[in-house]
Design a protein around this ligand. Structure first.
Ligand SMILES: *Cc1c(COP(=O)(O)O)cnc(C)c1O
Length: 508
């Protein structure tokens, strides 16, 4: 029986508890799930039911981003008080964003671009990572956890900076980010090593991203290190995209996009829209799926992949197969062969049967692939998948710029190119939101090459100025700041030395 609690005088709220995708373990509260990250059996936390929106679309369409965030998140984080949740939202979605709207829509060439790149690091991970630290420290207080939270992250570039920006200066937390010393772009590195905040540490490692990732995983399971931490009043935690505290804030902007379209009269109340999501780890599009299941009128969930098209093949054939060559593309944040968040969808289409899901995940671990049943495949009919090559993305960027003067980044271009394919194939003319996950200033070189080749000798900062001139948009603050910012972190270490870097930072 789900718990019921009484909130206010009349409202009865069904408590949402979080259970594992892999076994029938005892469900935990939202705050406990946020603190734990992963379930003990290695699965992911999922809500025991998907709550329905409890405000009408008309009411929602009159709300600010912050108010709407509260209305959506309160339905999932039912053990947070109104005051706690509103405080988290206030601290997250403030002047760090360069627009009061937080997530504006731009109309271009028959679609609406939902710009999720107006936060501190000009990419969509800011949407969740600006609020996660506040959700975590609130959750820690609620669960009487007095230890200071130490976030460990390995990054191939973007997540590290977004996590640093989110956690920097947040009392009760520390954050350590490891990145491959020679494996990130000059702008990405500069963004990280100039990070301010006494609670931050950034370390380049002599190795690639997988080495950094393996090193972090090893520290998480190092009992001796955990003991030292505990004795000194610390506890490790993780900010990666499978944390439910990252998923829930992502549902908000789908509802907000719909509300904005209604408020501006572009759609009628209840009219169905499509969403197109450039996908890697499957977190962003899963949030859209949850929004749809809450009652938001979404017709198609269009899953856009780059040349690492595991998800396209999966949606087409029902076979998920990671045994293939890993392709380095111009949309690096989507270069992924194991989309971790897909597990939550598999669990759902398996009729919420943890045994079935655990079996498939075990196959994925052992053989690198699995096949779902025909019934499960039928349950995916709201999804449409396709992919775009680097050349198709470049052409999409070029043509959109030529026809509308609007510049999009390489990840967003994957979505725009796939949308074109979908429209051609289906003839569907429903209003469509294309999720724009990064500012073009974050991937300046690829974007400039697409719209106007011949800048090979320019530095990344010169390219940014040139893009600003061509696109007629100001260089974002995130780029301006790092031009002259002093380097604060200059640590480089071997993989074996990673634990020692953490010990030194925490004075263990
Ligand atoms: C992380 C990322 C994606 C992929 O999002 P998922 O939630 O992992 O599917 C797409 N674009 C950009 C710019 C990203 O940083």
């Amino acid at each position: 029986m789900p718990n019921e609690k009484v909130c206010g005088r009349e409202e009865i709220v069904m408590e949402v508890m979080y259970k594992s995708t892999r076994s029938e373990s005892r469900p935990v509260t939202a705050s406990a799930a946020i603190l734990q990250g992963l379930t003990q059996d290695g699965g992911l936390f999922v809500p025991d039911h998907i709550p329905a929106l409890d405000k009408s679309l008309r009411e929602l369409s009159a709300m600010s981003y912050q108010e709407l965030a509260y209305q959506v998140m309160k339905l999932y984080l039912t053990d947070f008080t109104e005051e706690e949740l509103r405080a988290c939202i206030r601290r997250a979605y403030d002047e760090k964003f360069d627009t009061e709207v937080i997530a504006p829509l731009t109309q271009a060439k028959g679609a609406y671009y939902l710009e999720l790149f107006h936060g501190a690091t000009i990419a969509f991970k800011d949407m969740a990572l600006s609020i996660l630290p506040h959700l975590m420290i609130t959750a820690a207080a609620k669960n009487h956890m007095e230890k200071e939270i130490v976030i460990l992250t390995a990054t191939s570039g973007d997540t590290g900076k977004a996590a640093l920006a989110g956690f920097a200066g947040v009392k009760g937390t520390r954050i350590v980010v490891f990145y491959p010393k020679n494996g990130v772009s000059p702008i990405q590195e500069k963004q990280m090593v100039t990070q301010r905040g006494d609670n931050t540490l950034v370390v380049g490692i002599q190795g690639n991203f997988d080495d950094a990732q393996a090193g972090v995983k090893k520290m998480f399971s190092d009992r001796a290190l955990a003991g030292e931490l505990e004795a000194a009043g610390f506890q490790f935690s993780s900010a990666n995209s499978i944390n439910i505290g990252r998923l829930v804030p992502q549902i908000v902007y789908y509802v907000y996009a719909y509300a904005q379209l209604m408020a501006s009269g572009k759609i009628a109340e209840g009219e169905k829209i499509n969403v197109v999501v450039p996908t890697g780890n499957f977190g962003n599009i899963l949030a859209a799926f949850y929004a749809k299941n809450m009652g938001l009128p979404i017709a198609k969930l269009i899953c856009a992949s780059n040349e690492n098209k595991v998800l396209y093949d999966f949606l087409r054939t029902g076979v998920y197969d990671r045994n293939r060559e890993f392709v380095l593309t111009s949309s690096p944040s989507m270069d992924i062969l194991i989309s971790s968040n897909l597990e939550r969808l598999i669990y759902r289409i398996a009729g919420e049967d943890p045994k079935v899901n655990a079996g498939l995940m075990a196959q994925l671990g052992a053989e690198g692939k699995y096949r779902i049943t025909e019934d499960m495949q039928a349950a995916l009919e709201d999804f449409y998948g396709n992919y775009a090559t680097g050349e198709e993305c470049a052409r999409t960027i070029r043509e959109l710029y030529r026809d509308c003067g609007y510049v999009i980044d390489t990840h967003t271009a994957v979505a725009a190119a796939v949308y074109e394919k979908y429209r051609r194939e289906s003839g569907d003319t429903a209003q469509t939101v294309i999720v724009s996950t990064a500012s073009p200033f974050k991937f300046t070189r690829s974007v400039m090459n697409a719209i106007d080749a011949g800048h090979d000798r320019m530095t990344d900062f010169e390219l940014a100025d040139e893009l600003s001139r061509l696109g007629n948009v100001a260089v974002p603050r995130a780029i301006q700041e790092i031009r002259t910012a002093p380097v604060i972190h200059n640590h480089v270490c071997k993989v074996e030395e990673m634990p020692q870097m953490v010990r030194d930072f925490l004075n263990l």
